[in-house]
Write a protein that binds this ligand. Structure first.
Ligand code: DX5
Ligand code: ZN
Length: 219
C-alpha cells in the first residue's frame, strides 16, 4: 500500500493551514521536518507549530527530528500531538530513544542518512515501526534524489521480510514522479515529498500523480 506524506517544509508557512487543507485529499500522513541548526545546518519548527497543526488536521503527524538531542523534546512533541517521531541513528542512544518513544505512545521511527550504511540500522529492525531512509543529505528541501541509496532500501526490504518485522520503509528527499517508481520497486511504502507537491501549481494533482506512479511501479 502506497502512503504519501507531503512535507510541509515546502509549504508556505504564512498560510500553512490552507496549504495542509489543499493537500489533504491526497495525503496519508503529514511529514514535519524539525531541524535544530546543529545536527543539520538549518532551522525550522518545533512543538508549538506541531500543536497548531494538530488543531487543524486529523492527518497523522510524522515528525522527522533532525536534532542532536531529540530525547529532550520527545515528550513535548507527543504533547503537541505528534503521532510518530523519527530520530536519526547517527545521534546514538538509539535503544534509549526507541524505548522513550514507545513509552510515550509515539510510533517509533529511525532515520538513516545517505552515507550511513544499512548495517547501522539493521540491529534495530525488531524495535521500530518505521525506517526513514534519507535519499538526500538532510537539511534542505528541493535537493536532487540520490539514486545510490536505492540498494539500501532494497537491503532493508529484504531484511524486514527475512526477519518477519513489522516495519514500514519511508523515503525522504528528491522524491518526484521521475524517482518515485525506482524506490517503490526497491521496497519503499511511505513517500515523503515536499517540492514535488508544494512547488507545483496544482499540489493535489502532483500528489495524485506521485501516487499513481508509485502504485504502478509496485502493481
Ligand atoms: C530534508 C527533509 C525532507 C524535505 C524533502 O532534510 O527531511 O523531508 O522536506 O523535500 P523534497 O521532497 O523537496 O526533497
Ligand atoms: Zn524529512
Amino acid at each position: 500500500m502506497v502512503r504519501l506524506a507531503p512535507s510541509i517544509l515546502s509549504a508556505d508557512f504564512a498560510s500553512l493551514g490552507d496549504d495542509i487543507t489543499t493537500v489533504t485529499p491526497q495525503a496519508d500522513w503529514l511529514h514535519v521536518d524539525v531541524m535544530d541548526g546543529h545536527f543539520v545546518p538549518n532551522l525550522t519548527i518545533g512543538p508549538p507549530v506541531v500543536k497548531s497543526i494538530r488543531h487543524h488536521t486529523r492527518l497523522p503527524l510524522d515528525c522527522h527530528l533532525m536534532m542532536t538531542n531529540p530525547g529532550e523534546y520527545l515528550g513535548s512533541f507527543r504533547e503537541a500531538g505528534a503521532d510518530r517521531c523519527s530520530v536519526h541513528v547517527e545521534v546514538g542512544d538509539t535503544a534509549k530513544l526507541c524505548a522513550q518513544m514507545r513509552d510515550l505512545g509515539l510510533g517509533v521511527g529511525l532515520a538513516v542518512n545517505p552515507e550511513t550504511p544499512f548495517e547501522a540500522v539493521e540491529p534495530w529492525l525488531g524495535h521500530i515501526d518505521l525506517l526513514l531512509v534519507m535519499t538526500v543529505h538532510p537539511g534542505f528541501g528541493g535537493q536532487r534524489f540520490m539514486a545510490e541509496v536505492v540498494p539500501k532500501v532494497a537491503a532493508a526490504r529484504a531484511a524486514i521480510a527475512a526477519g518477519g518485522h513489522d516495519v514500514l520503509i519511508e523515503v525522504d528527499g528528491g522524491i518526484d514522479a521521475e524517482t518515485v517508481g525506482e524506490v517503490a520497486r526497491a521496497g519503499a511504502e511511505v513517500f515523503v515529498a515536499g517540492n514535488a507537491i508544494f512547488g507545483h501549481d496544482d499540489p493535489v494533482a502532483a500528489a495524485a500523480e506521485l501516487r499513481r506512479v508509485a502504485e504502478a511501479a509496485t502493481a
